[in-house]
Every structure is written in structure tokens, then in C-alpha cells.
Design a protein around this ligand. Structure first.
Ligand SMILES: Nc1ncnc2c1ncn2[C@@H]1O[C@H](COP(=O)(O)OP(=O)(O)OP(=O)(O)O)[C@@H](O)[C@H]1O
Length: 241
């Protein structure tokens, strides 16, 4: 297992208030990790520290053995709101993620995310799911090593969400980046991740290894349902303590 990111004894406080502490996590190259847990538990803060956008208060975060200082060239972030520029076309929005001009790979990527026919459309004419496809392509156009996903499917309806989960899994398998996903949706975490991090009470409460679960994972699969219930119980138990 080759390490990409390593968090050692990380603590974050805002104005003396502990948001998260005692974080020791390793993210292997090419792995898919989901971070779940109670609202306000520090999930986004964890992601922002990994991205370099937020400083750690104590401890360290290393990428390829180098301390993370600010946003890395090879890291991209995808948010709940695609943050597309309305006056630019789909293709132009995607190209914002790259300093190079359009290439054969650009069209391959548009094709892979199902946007080839919409390359000249503007964001206003796209559905929410299509807009997030553009945001995904823009995040991937430069070939990042690490993709941070901050609740990227949170605003989508249930069916679109499931289709987007399948797309993210397919793209992750094809493009071999390391993915870290923050989500409120435990089913989504179990469907996509090979490691699930449960955050609660300002700590990493549990690490669940799903790397042996075959893909694609369907919610009709009893083992997938059981894992989802187990994780939900860990979160709920904590909240009632
Ligand atoms: N810049 C900041 N200054 C002060 N407090 C902050 C700042 N950013 C986040 N917080 C606080 O840190 C706590 C954790 O926030 P964070 O967004 O990381 O949680 P979360 O687990 O992602 O929550 P949610 O699931 O609701 O999105 C919250 O109480 C939030 O108010």
C-alpha cells in the first residue's frame, strides 16, 4: 500500500473551541474513503485541512511525505454547488480546470461523464445532475492525484444521486485518482468507499474497512444493507449518549 496522505495527531480549534482532535489517518494512493458522522462534527473541516485550504492547529498532514502547505497543484475539490460560470459553455467551464488547451483527452473525459452532446450548452439549460457532471469533469481535467468531494450530490434528487454515484465510481476506476468524500448519506458511503471514517464527538470514532466488498454494490445486497445499518447505529448511538 503506497501512502498518499498521512494525518498525524491532527487537531483543529476555532477560537479555542475544539472542532476535531486526535486524528491519525492514512489515505492510500488510489483508495476511496468516505467521511460520515453527525452534522457539525468537523467533516468539512477535515477535508479543508487535507486540501491545504485550512491550517491544522496541531499535528501534521503530509502528502507524498511532504508537509501540506496550501492547495496542492495535484489536488482538486468538488462542492455541493457546482460553482459553474453561467456565461461560459460546458466545455469552457470544464477547461477552467486546466491550464492547457483542449485535447483529445478533454473530449474523452466529456464523453466519460456523459456530456459530449452538451459541450456547447450553457449551465442554465442543464439539470442539477448535468451541472455536477460538468463540475466533476472540471475537477478531473488536469488529471489530479487527489479528488476531495464535499457532499457533491447533496442537492440532487434520489434517482439522479444514485446515477451520479455510479458515475463517480466508474470514473474513479478509470482515472485512478485517490478520492475522499464527505457525505451525510451513509448508504452512499457504503456504496462507494473502501474505507469509511465515522466522525463524532470531535474524534474519529471508527474506521470501517469495506475493501473486500465486491463492486458494484447494490442496496438490495444484504451485506451492504447490514453495513449501512451498522454505521448508522454507530452514529445514532453516539448521539443518544
Ligand atoms: N471558519 C470557521 N470559524 C469558526 N468556526 C467554524 C469555522 N468553520 C467551521 N466552524 C465550526 O466548526 C464546526 C464543524 O464544522 P464542519 O463544517 O467541519 O462540520 P461538518 O461535519 O462538515 O458539518 P455538516 O455535516 O453540517 O456539513 C461547526 O460547529 C462550525 O460552526
Amino acid at each position: 500500500m503506497e501512502k498518499l496522505v498521512e494525518m498525524k495527531n491532527v487537531k483543529k480549534t476555532y477560537n479555542g473551541r475544539v472542532i476535531i482532535e486526535d486524528v491519525d489517518l492514512t489515505f492510500a494512493k488510489g483508495s476511496f474513503t468516505a467521511i460520515v458522522g453527525e452534522s457539525g462534527g468537523g467533516k468539512t473541516t477535515l477535508l479543508r485541512m487535507i486540501s491545504g485550504l485550512e491550517k491544522v492547529t496541531e499535528g501534521s498532514i503530509e502528502e507524498h511525505g511532504q508537509i501540506v502547505h496550501g492547495l496542492n497543484e495535484t489536488t482538486r475539490i468538488m462542492f455541493q454547488n457546482g460553482r459553474l460560470l453561467p456565461w461560459k459553455t460546458v466545455l469552457e467551464n470544464v477547461m477552467l480546470g486546466s491550464e492547457k488547451s483542449e485535447t483529445k483527452q478533454t473530449l474523452e473525459l466529456l464523453n466519460a461523464v456523459g456530456l459530449k452532446q452538451l459541450a456547447q450548452a450553457h449551465p442554465v439549460s442543464l439539470s442539477g445532475g448535468e451541472q455536477q457532471r460538468v463540475a466533476l469533469a472540471r475537477a478531473l481535467i488536469s488529471g489530479p492525484e487527489l479528488l476531495l468531494l464535499d457532499e457533491p450530490l447533496g442537492a440532487l434528487d434520489a434517482l439522479t444521486r444514485i446515477n451520479m454515484q455510479k458515475l463517480i465510481e466508474k470514473i474513479w476506476q478509470e482515472y485512478h485518482f485517490t478520492a475522499i468524500l464527505v457525505t451525510h448519506d451513509v448508504e452512499e458511503a457504503v456504496r462507494l468507499a473502501d474505507h469509511v471514517v465515522v466522525v463524532s464527538n470531535h474524534h474519529i470514532r471508527e474506521l470501517i474497512d469495506l475493501s473486500d466488498f465486491p463492486r458494484p454494490r447494490e442496496m438490495t445486497d444484504k451485506n451492504v444493507q447490514k453495513k449501512t445499518e451498522d454505521i448508522l447505529n454507530i452514529i445514532l448511538k453516539r448521539q443518544t449518549q
